[in-house]
Design a protein around this ligand. Structure first.
Ligand code: PLP
Length: 468
């Protein structure tokens, strides 16, 4: 592609993105396509001769866009949001343009040093302990796996990388922990059977006394407790495991404490939500996702550790071809996680943090929390809607309940969710809480306004009316 064509299409695509985000609410939130429909529209092999960008772009609009689910839609209430924003998108353009692979300091000093600086900004924004140091990982899944592997090393006096595990190490999680922790436990070699699932209280938060009981029982059996993964903001209901009492138990029994705050962590930038991480001084590691609720494009996960030396000792590797003359003076982030090659993720985060500033970000998060509070009030005030969990942040768990049997209620709510989502006007997802089928209204899109939440509520009442 020559320079002028590149420029022409560059402007054209930026125009397209600006208009897309401006009008994204004209699309059905969830793609209505059936499995195989996109594949059927695509040729089976690469074209022999290269094609024009005009043709490729036309196919993007005709084939790809109808097959997309629109995560930036203002009526996106599914899963948790996947943030993006103009400053973040602009940074991604620059990152793609530079095409740098930022595995070590030498391969782009600015990328490494900017990462140090923005992670320190984030640490201060969330009021994490001063001794914690941050590194960007791709996802919370990877960050938690990194924590589990480091905990495994620490629990074995740094011998398991060399010799493998000699005796079972137990990992404690609540019954509400994210599935990525189970996956991490399996990959890290603990063995799924060595997960001890700790019961939760009426708010779906881990019960510290039950944790301690489990630790003592396991020690009695000759098992070695090695890691507790607590969740601040569980996926199903945004429940908050109490970090302080859990941390004291971990400190007493010399167990690694990892805190997964993938979604909720961003809210710790609000003074009124700092209670979520009370006891942060007991954490060995902590992760939250700017790519969820901090307006930063996927992927960007902020991982903090208290003892970087333990992390580096677990992951460092020094082949000749990666050695440089400055290794002793700099941070080589290849040794701070699993992958060698690294994207320049700090740039988009830097753009977002500077563009919005602390107050700008706080205002957006506060507004989402206010909207969730409003929705919660409507649910509580309606005779056939039932609130199913506390609402500490911007996720509301609810269902229809007209008094029929639990089994019939599950069926009713499945139908209710399907009917709502089939309208294409909103997208919500589901979970189960204590075995009950529950709808999740997760507010977190940058473009969601009160009007969208009101419209969703009106649609829910109307849809409920058709089913009851
Ligand atoms: C509590 C929690 N942990 C981990 C994850 C996984 O995040 P990621 O996709 O960044 O791996 C999620 C995703 O929603 C989550 O809610």
């Amino acid at each position: 592609m020559d320079k002028e064509d590149f420029r022409k299409h560059g402007y054209q695509f930026v125009d397209w993105v600006v208009d897309y985000l401006d009008e994204v609410d004209k699309y059905p939130v969830c793609s209505p396509l059936k499995p195989g429909e996109v594949k059927n529209m695509l040729p089976e092999t690469i074209p022999l001769k290269g094609e024009s960008m005009d043709k490729i772009f036309a196919d993007f609009k005709d084939i790809v866009i109808p097959g997309m689910t629109h995560w930036q839609h203002p009526s996106w209430f599914a899963y948790f949001s996947a943030g993006n924003s103009p400053p973040s998108i602009l940074a991604e353009i620059l990152t793609a343009g530079m095409g740098a692979q930022c595995m070590i300091w030498k391969t782009s000093p600015a990328a490494a040093e900017l990462e140090e600086v923005v992670m320190e900004w984030l640490r201060k924004m969330l009021s994490l302990p001063e001794e914690m140091t941050g590194v960007i990982q791709d996802t919370a899944s990877t960050a938690s796996l990194t924590a589990l592997i480091t905990a495994r090393e620490k629990a074995t006096d740094f011998t398991s990388n060399l010799k493998g595990l000699k005796r079972p190490l137990v990992v404690y999680i609540s019954e509400e922990a994210h599935s990525s922790i189970e996956k991490g436990v399996k990959i890290a070699g603990f063995g799924k059977e060595n997960i001890h699932s700790v019961p939760t209280d009426k708010n779906f938060a881990m019960i510290p006394e039950k944790l301690e009981k489990a630790v003592l029982a396991d020690k009695k059996k000759g098992l070695q407790p090695s890691c507790v993964v607590a969740t601040v903001g569980t996926t199903s209901s945004s429940a908050m495991d109490p970090i302080e009492p859990i941390g004291k138990i971990c400190r007493y029994y010399d167990i690694w404490l990892h805190v997964d705050a993938a979604y909720a962590g961003t809210a710790a930038i609000l003074p009124e939500k700092k209670w979520m991480i009370k006891g942060a001084e007991y954490m060995d590691s902590f992760v939250f996702n700017p790519h969820k609720w901090m307006l930063t494009n996927f992927d960007c996960s902020a991982y903090f550790v208290k003892d970087p030396a333990a992390l580096i000792r677990t992951f460092e590797i020094h082949p000749e071809y990666l050695k440089t003359g400055v290794d002793a003076q700099v941070k080589n982030f290849r040794d701070w996680g699993i992958q060698l090659g690294r994207r320049f993720r700090a740039l988009k985060l830097w753009f977002v943090l500077r563009y919005y500033g602390m107050e700008g970000l706080q205002n957006i998060i506060r507004e989402h929390i206010r909207l969730a509070g409003l929705f919660k009030k409507w649910v509580e005030g309606h005779e056939t809607f039932e609130l199913m969990a506390p609402v500490p942040l911007s996720l509301v768990c609810f269902r229809l309940n007209d008094g029929r049997s639990e089994e019939a209620l599950d069926r009713l709510n499945r139908d209710f969710l399907d009917k709502l989502n089939q309208t294409g006007k909103v997208l919500l997802t589901q979970t189960t809480l204590r075995g009950k089928y529950v709808l999740r209204m997760a507010i977190g899109s940058r473009t969601t306004r009160e009007q969208h939440v009101r419209e969703a509520w009106e649609l829910m009442k109307e849809t409920a009316g058709q089913l009851l």
